[in-house]
Design a protein around this ligand. Structure first.
Ligand code: SAM
Length: 382
């Protein structure tokens, strides 16, 4: 099996035009006519295709990187990776062990932040690729070895493989390496960070950990279990926009807040805030309450400003009945409708088709239980 770092592949790759799926056949037959072997052509075109896909994640840097399809998919986003590096830096760490560096996306951010890294990886092709991707950093060593063996560094970063042959691995003990094994190693160093699935079961979190949920543009990206950062707690990290800290044992269930009748405004917390259990804190800080028990839509009578909340001005409360809704939306001339829902079993796209929207105005329809029952709240984004 050829390594993607084979000089013949790299030379051919650097001479290829921009990758276009529809031109693959003609480009490869021309390259065969020029005397290149089918294996080298195929490997170079694969890298050209992966580089093009990788532009979404790595922008211009993708043009000099190598990938495997799985390695690209599993690679940390650069903004999340920069956050990982910043946490180590602010904890006073200057060198760390990385367990399972894949194609080296986290390693790159650590290196760019000036950290010395011993990055270990079990898959030989990923080791070759990571070495290529990190070649410009003399303070990074990429080794083909078990990342959990012989740890001498003061800090540890692990991003375990969370996909198996049949898809996502829900049980952290099936991750590669298993979570309990990483946690054991993590206890031997000063600071450690372990990337985890955002839906991780709170009850298995170490009580002394600081657990972060990262979001970007309203999308939940990942969770990280940090050990050695000081007082335990949960944090919602909106990348580039702010952090909400909820002190206490992260394995405890989140505090519940009594619901309240719908007021003039509805608020939707960022998903990282919801996972980090920050709702009670936002409610206390801004005099808000959920619109129904256990529903993560909040309400209040004044317009408040918070990075952690999307804001909606309530315009009408409608029954959740298709015909009545369709009639009301027609009367209000609403043609562009954003449909949101929580706690109700409705498929927004099916409802949208049934509403046969045709007007010139836009609105948001929020389907949710209220204290008065299931309703459709017509609102406007603020
Ligand atoms: C999710 S990927 C890491 C992605 C990486 N953080 C990035 O951003 O590119 C997990 C990697 O861990 C590797 N791995 C699993 N167990 C390992 C171990 N005990 N030692 C070293 N690497 C391991 C897998 O081969 C896989 O490439």
């Amino acid at each position: 099996m050829l390594s993607p770092t084979d000089p013949r592949i790299l030379t051919l790759l650097s001479s290829l035009p921009d990758y276009r799926e529809e031109e693959v056949f003609s480009v490869s037959s021309k390259l065969r006519d020029d005397g290149h072997s089918p294996e080298i052509i195929s490997a170079a075109l694969t890298q050209a295709r992966l580089r093009q896909q990788a532009r979404r994640k790595f922008a211009d840097r993708a043009e000099t990187m190598l990938f495997t399809a799985d390695g690209l998919e599993q690679a940390s986003r650069p903004d999340a990776a920069r956050h990982h590096a910043a946490v180590f830096r602010s904890a006073g760490i200057s060198s760390l062990r990385e367990v399972g560096c894949g194609i080296g996306a986290d390693t790159l951010a650590f290196a760019q932040a000036g950290l010395s890294v011993t990055a270990r990886e079990l898959e030989p092709d990923r080791v070759d690729i990571a070495r290529h991707n990190l070649a410009e950093f003399p303070h990074v060593r990429v080794e083909l070895a078990d990342g959990l063996a012989d740890i001498t560094e003061p800090a540890l970063w692990a991003d375990p493989a969370r996909r198996g042959a049949k898809g996502r691995l829900a049980d952290p003990e099936e991750w590669g390496p298993p979570l309990s094994t990483i946690l054991h190693a993590a206890r031997q160093v000063r600071v450690s960070g372990i990337k985890a699935a955002p839906g991780i079961d709170l009850s298995i979190l170490p009580p002394d950990a600081t657990v972060e949920w990262l979001s970007s543009g309203g999308d939940l990206v990942e969770a990280i279990i940090w050990l050695g950062l000081g007082p335990s707690g949960r944090r919602a990290v909106l990348l580039g926009h702010g952090t909400l800290t909820v002190p206490g044992d992260p394995s405890e269930p989140s505090a519940m807040v009594d619901p309240r009748e719908l007021g003039s405004y509805m608020y939707e917390p960022d998903p990282a805030v919801i996972r980090a259990g920050g709702i009670a804190q936002l409610c206390a800080d801004h005099d808000l309450a959920p619109v129904a028990p256990g529903i993560a839509y909040l309400t209040g009578d004044t317009l408040i400003e918070s990075t952690f909340l999307h804001r909606f001005a309530v315009e009408a409360v409608l029954p959740m009945q298709e015909k009545k809704l369709a009639r009301e939306l027609r009367r209000l001339d609403i043609g562009a409708l954003e449909i949101k829902k929580r706690g109700v079993d409705v498929a927004p796209e099916v409802l949208r088709t049934k509403l046969k929207l045709s007007g010139s105005q836009s609105a948001v329809l929020i389907l949710t239980p209220l204290l008065t029952g299931r309703r459709a709240v017509l609102a406007r984004r603020v």
